[in-house]
Design a protein around this ligand. Structure first.
Ligand SMILES: C[S@@+](CC[C@H](N)C(=O)[O-])C[C@H]1O[C@@H](n2cnc3c(N)ncnc32)[C@H](O)[C@@H]1O
Length: 280
């Protein structure tokens, strides 16, 4: 028997939040959440009803909404995501804002952006839709690289995607010509303990979230790789961190790059979130 939108939502909110129930239903019947809200009397067939309650069950088991709908909004853009990529976080929009502001305020021309650990590609793609910049992205996960490529095509951004660990597959020439280079990285920075304590992230790939050495292992390795490069151009790095790491990472940066200026930017909640390093 056919049921209405209202019937399905009434049943679904016994186990999941109303917002999630509406979005999942909109996804199943291929419409918007606004339509679902405005048409409680709309009839849903049995096949769609079955599909819907399977998704409701998965949501109730903690699978992120974005993995069930395969979509996540980031910086006002719609990104395709799947279980191989981290779900882009609103906190990361700060880094995008900072890069765009830097390029505009300093009137940087012919800049090159390298995003390390790109996941869905949300950082370079968001930046490239707002300013004129060449973009390269790397990730250790082949499956994440595939997703980043798909998102770049969707948003018509010319993103060069390279599979590999940190800078291993990046040509030294990137550090050598005259245009400015900006490196962004939102690499895994949680500790095992932080990961285990947070139920909401258990369905996301652990290797996209956790790093050794108090969460700093990958940032330290990246900074050491950069330090070994011959660099003949202005280089700015933006690293997203956990607020508890700002002191430890600042000490490390000052040790590796004695001639650098360092600024820690706070997120909207007032927590240290992005480290900006300008190499001189
Ligand atoms: C925290 S996620 C961030 C993804 C994306 N930048 C974002 O902000 O949504 C970290 C990403 O780094 C990648 N990663 C982990 N270790 C890496 C390594 N050694 N080299 C390159 N990428 C790595 C993971 O596969 C994952 O996609």
């Amino acid at each position: 028997m056919k049921k209405t939108i209202q019937d399905l939502l009434t049943e679904a909110i016994k186990s999941i939040e109303l917002f999630d129930a509406q979005l999942l239903l909109a996804h199943v019947i291929n419409t918007s959440r606004e339509f679902v809200i405005a048409h409680p009397e709309y009839k849903i067939n049995c096949v769609k009803k079955f599909t819907y309650f399977q998704l409701v069950k998965k949501r109730n088991n903690g699978i992120p909404l974005a993995y069930l709908t395969c979509h996540k909004e980031f910086y006002g853009l719609d990104f395709f995501v799947n279980k191989y990529t981290l779900v882009p976080r609103p906190d990361t929009e700060l880094m995008v804002d900072l890069v765009i502001k830097k390029i505009k305020e300093h009137k940087i021309k012919n800049a090159m952006l390298l995003d390390v650990g790109t996941g869905s590609g949300c950082i370079p793609i968001s930046i490239a839709t707002k300013v004129n910049i060449k973009t390269i992205a790397t990730d250790i996960s082949k499956k994440a690289i595939k997703v980043a490529k798909k998102n770049a095509e969707k948003h018509k951004v010319n993103l060069t995607c390279i599979h590999g660990s940190l800078l291993e597959q990046i040509n030294d020439s990137l550090f050598l010509n005259n245009s400015s280079l900006i490196i962004t990285a939102n690499l895994p920075y949680l500790t095992d303990e932080q990961f285990n304590k947070e139920p909401s992230i258990q369905h996301e790939p652990k290797n996209a979230l956790v790093a050794a050495d108090n969460g700093l292992a990958l940032y330290k390795e990246l900074l050491e790789q950069i330090n070994k490069k011959q660099i003949t151009k202005p280089l700015t790095l933006f690293l997203e961190i956990d607020p508890t790491q700002s002191e430890k990472i600042s000490i490390f940066i000052k040790k590796v790059f004695q001639k650098s200026s360092l600024h820690i930017h706070k997120d909207l909640s007032g927590h240290d979130r992005v480290v900006e390093i300008v190499l001189q």
